[in-house]
Design a binder for this molecule. Sequence first.
Ligand code: NI
Length: 171
Amino acid sequence: MTVRPIITLPDEKTLRQLSRPVAVDQAARRLFDDMLETMYDAPGIGLAAIQLGVALRQLVVDISKEPETKKPLFMANPEIVWESETLNVYEEGCLSIPDFYELVERPAEVKVRYLDRNGEGQELHASGLLATCIQHEIDHLNGVLFIDHISKLKRDRVVKKFAKAARLGKL
Ligand code: NI
């Protein structure tokens, strides 16, 4: 397992890519393991392959807190097959948008179908933080960032901040 560099703003060219469906083979498992290692190292609670510059539909999530046992979830080709009408608000952040947090409203519960690390079909009913985290990561697979769910004013402000920092050589 290798910790790989995480793509951040202002690299929207990479982050806005649509990720392709993946076959869960040895290479996919290796990528899963690198993603998990990178996420734990950051640290974060979710990571999509595109954040490592790989446009494949793979994500990892682990919302367990120390000193709980780690509970990593590996998802390939995840699909939301049901979402609740009830919404929930969480303050979200993203490893690709460091040090920026904002409230985002999403369905409070979702049912997601995916292939696990062994390529076996699974269905998970998620609620609370886990539901939010899975939706945030699936958004990444479609080139969507959590700042797309906030006001345009706030989004423009954060995008400009990262563009400016990159120009000044701070990133
Ligand atoms: Ni993110």
